[in-house]
Design a protein around this ligand. Structure first.
Ligand code: BES
Ligand code: ZN
Ligand code: ZN
Length: 503
């Protein structure tokens, strides 16, 4: 079985040694359009000749300052050899999104150079003292995100030349900066892990691959344990909805249970439930060819939960978190679930299957019922659940639905703070009748209208016993940058920030 992930692509560290005195292949400086280069402290630490050259550049009007622009200068006799200037636009526009864009242009420019080690002068990128460390954390994460490569299946991989990024700042103490940067670095590392899993083709990433990944995460040192329920055990649990989806696949389904025990035994756990469909053909309600492409990403919710656990193991948060992942394929075959079938979920409630392509909710509903036994503080489900979500929000925004408004508010706060956008849709009772069935307790689809909402309405029938929020990540788990699909690692930043604020 081929199973290898390309984790930890680079080292990201902090430093308070003057960047102009550090040996590197490139020093990266941000340049705001309304701030003179002369006012930047780094300039005064350069030798007179280099200072004069930069002053002349600014005078000439050739110095870049518009957002997304960059220029590289060679200074072969300095410790840093190259100076990469990145245009940042106006200071007043600074926020997480602007930071994201400027670091993206820095990475694009760096990729064209032959640099192994680079130093970023963070003080030139982040123009504010308030929340500086938060932005330092985001910088480390965003740089890692931008340097991600997936070339495991290329016979001639073109690995990134960049091996080490040092983030320099004089703002705050060395210890605080180090903590912020290493937090960002741990988060990006977890995102890489998730992206590797999600990008892995469906003949290489099967349900067992996810179970193996969970087992690999478990160790007494990081307080993570795992329990992998086999098909026989899933049958014993009476997860009839989950098993109906898994039926036609040649690959065995698994129900993965992960426990992170960082809190007291009596602390109520937060539960993360991730959809782990390693390939979604649609089943008998078969997807048309073009819509089936990319359905390897239908396990992105599961990969997100695994990534969060990898991060939890390193952050040592004082809280209890449980991960639940139903994983299988949604395939076709003589024994495949049919439209019109009536199946019995673990809760005992019967479901009329009107569309076998609405399989995510069927595997999730049993996991959500299983979650009840832990008397959770809150449950968050994460799934590439509906095409309607992509139609509504595109690749920019995850949909958020909840039965408990304070939970949604906390998740939205995190989303905003770490630039991992989400927007709430209503779960109003008016939508519930759309799921009524003539033969069973509930139908698995709500018809052509309000698809993202009715999918969550279906899940909400199984979450009545606890506080619950759902993130539909059908549009955000992977993007179509440069015409090629690529896993994004979202909504890991949102979830980790939420967990940290709750710890
Ligand atoms: N995995 C899909 C949702 C999806 C679509 C994710 C596009 C990413 C991109 C899900 O299982 C599905 O097929 N949902 C159906 C539900 C419908 C039959 C009610 C959909 O959205 O079309
Ligand atoms: Zn489907
Ligand atoms: Zn699906």
């Amino acid at each position: 079985m081929i199973y290898k992930l390309s984790e930890a692509i680079m080292e990201i560290i902090s430093s308070q040694t003057l960047p102009t005195k550090q040996q590197s292949d490139c020093l990266v400086i941000g340049n705001f359009s309304d701030k003179s280069l002369k006012s930047q402290p780094f300039l005064k630490t350069l030798d007179k000749a280099t200072q004069a050259q930069l002053n002349a550049l600014e005078k000439s009007g050739d110095l870049v300052s518009e957002l997304k622009s960059s220029v590289v200068l060679f200074f072969p006799t300095t410790p840093f050899k190259r100076l990469l200037l990145i245009g940042l636009g106006k200071t007043k526009n600074f926020d997480a999104r602007q930071l994201h864009m400027t670091l993206q242009s820095a990475c694009t420019a760096l990729n064209k150079l032959n640099c192994k080690t680079v130093v970023f002068d963070l003080d030139t990128f982040i123009p504010i003292k308030k929340d500086f460390l938060h932005y330092a954390q985001l910088s480390a994460r965003m740089l890692g995100e931008n340097c991600y490569r997936f070339d495991r299946f290329k016979s001639k991989p073109s690995p990134l030349k960049l091996k080490k990024i040092t983030l320099y700042s004089e703002t705050g103490t060395a210890a605080a900066l180090k903590e912020a940067v290493s937090l960002g670095s741990i988060i990006q590392d977890g995102m890489c892990f998730t992206r590797d899993l999600a990008n892995t083709p469906p003949n290489h990433c099967i349900p067992k691959t996810l179970a193996d990944a969970a087992k690999k995460l478990a160790s007494t040192k990081n307080k993570i344990t795992t329990k992998i329920h086999t098909k026989a055990q899933i049958e014993k649990l009476k997860m009839g909805a989950f098993l109906s989806v898994a039926k036609a696949s040649a690959e065995a389904p698994f129900f993965i249970e992960l426990h992170y025990r960082g809190g007291k035994a009596s602390d109520q756990p937060t539960i993360l439930v991730g959809k782990g469909i390693t390939f979604d053909t649609g089943g008998n309600s078969l997807k048309p060819g073009a819509s089936m492409i990319g359905m390897k990403y239908d396990m992105s919710g599961a990969a997100t939960v695994l990534g969060v656990f990898k991060i939890l193991g390193q952050l040592k948060l004082k809280m209890n978190v449980i991960g639940l992942i139903p994983t299988c394929e949604n395939m076709i075959g003589g024994n495949a679930m049919r439209p019109d079938d009536v199946i019995t979920s673990m809760s005992g409630r019967t479901i009329e299957v009107l569309n076998t392509d609405a399989e995510g909710r069927l595997i999730l509903c049993d996991a959500l019922t299983y979650a009840e036994r832990f008397s959770p503080k809150q449950v968050i489900s994460i799934a590439t659940l509906t095409g309607a979500c992509v139609a509504t929000f595109g690749n920019v925004t995850s949909a958020l639905l909840t039965n408990h408004q304070p939970l949604a508010t906390a998740l939205l706060d995190s989303s905003l703070s770490v630039y991992d956008k989400a927007w709430q849709l209503p779960l109003w009772p008016e939508y519930q009748p759309l799921l009524s069935s003539g033969v069973a307790d509930i139908a698995n689809i709500g018809g052509p209208m309000g698809g993202t909402i009715t999918a969550s309405c279906f899940l909400s029938r199984f979450t009545e016993k606890y506080h619950w929020a759902h993130l539909d990540i059908a549009g955000t788990a992977y993007t179509m940058g440069d015409g090629k699909k690529n896993a994004s690692g979202r909504p890991i930043p949102l979830l980790v920030d939420f967990l940290r604020t709750k710890a």
